[in-house]
Design a binder for this molecule. Sequence first.
Ligand SMILES: Nc1ncnc2c1ncn2[C@@H]1O[C@H](COP(=O)(O)OP(=O)(O)OP(=O)(O)O)[C@@H](O)[C@H]1O
Ligand SMILES: [Mg+2]
Length: 481
Amino acid sequence: MLPEKKQILVVDDETNLRRVLSAQLVRDGYDVHEAGDGADAISLLKEHHIDLVITDLKMPHVDGMELLRNALRDDPNRPVIMLTAYATIENAVEALKTGAFDFITKPFDQNEVRQIVKKALRTRDLANADATRDTTGAPAKDSKTRYGIIGESPAILDVFTHIERVADKPSTVLITGESGTGKELVARALHENSSRRDRPFIKVNCAAIPKDLMESELFGHEKGAFTSAVSSKPGRFELASGGTLFLDEIGEIPNEMQVKLLRVLQESEFERVGGIKTIQVDVRLIAATNRDLKREIAANAFREDLFYRLNVVPIVLPALRERRTDIPPLVHYFIQKFNARLTKNVEGATPEAMERLTQYGWPGNIRELENVIERAVLFADGNRIRLEDLAVELRDGPASVDAGRGTPTPPAVTEGGAASPSDGLKEQVKAAMSRLERDLILRALLQTQHNVTHAARLLKISRKGLQLKMKELNLRERDQD
Ligand SMILES: Nc1ncnc2c1ncn2[C@@H]1O[C@H](COP(=O)(O)OP(=O)(O)OP(=O)(O)O)[C@@H](O)[C@H]1O
Ligand SMILES: [Mg+2]
């Protein structure tokens, strides 16, 4: 049997445009319904099972915005694509914030329409699959999940809007935010939502490349350019050709490299180390940093001209403590993730545990939350995460690090014990050691399905020794079942 055709509703008061668009969609294999105004469209939505709506924004009586709200009310996963004249682009942005999937400017390009429709229907299928998979009653269906980024706070919705608006533009994007806020996730989402998605996404961690190798890493080298250059090699810019180059931890690049990068940004060309040929590449650049570059500029550690070149489109990821409404959906998301990975069947958290999770300061942001939930899922005995399944710093820490008002106070307690920079070297090393120790033990337990004897063998310590360590580090032994 042939798969059922997808049903698309096309709404525009300009008859010609509507006809052209509908004819094309029919040729592409969809069933198309047409309406000349918003009111007719709303009746059609009631009568038919519509998978996707394409609507003009400006129409007499019931306009596109109203239709959008109406279409989403019945089915939040139904994509609505707005058609808009260039002059109304501001309204289109408003529509995106309200939940429109995308917008197309008139006069439209047939291929653009085709691609957006395809992408929208694919996203809808994925969202529907997710919703049916969710058997826990967790709010996965309602939470705004896009590109694997979970969140429904106004702050994260704003990030979604940015991603949609700029993904397919060539402009350089600078993503800033504390460690663990999801900068890399956003960089990948930008790539995946651009027409470059079938070309490479190349990531360079600027903090991890030794200073004297950086130029050759980025721009490549010719044979004999330096002692170890036994053959010529393309750099990351060339490897990313046609795709996206993600420069992570851009705040760490040395000054000489900043000058070279500036030239590439200005002129889109460079030479390999030891090379004479000028190379031109078509690369979309995304940079990220957890440093405050404005402060680095003031301290002469970062070039202002480079900053402005990178910061064409800034995306700022707020710290988790500044968007606490995202915590419950994130907790549910990570529970599902680790249920699958650890073959557990945890369904949620007790109210006390959830309260503590939402009040904690999260200095390590979402990465820290992810670790805490992994551990809690591993140790949970029943079907809910309890207060005692949470890491010790959450259980015993101050109820709330900041009340979400004014400037955030730095958390009093951090992951794995006290390790704030104001502590002395000894304390910091001790905290880091116990973090590492706990991490290794946790991994051994994961590997051995929580069999303490096997884990002890793996770690080359006695079973008794491991039990003592676990107690010390607040890792609970799982009851025998
Ligand atoms: N909104 C989110 N929804 C789901 N997972 C998230 C979200 N944000 C971050 N994560 C997860 O948290 C972890 C950290 O995210 P990511 O590596 O993107 O952070 P980062 O800002 O690049 O951190 P760093 O500055 O330390 O490199 C990853 O495992 C990522 O998948
Ligand atoms: Mg990162």
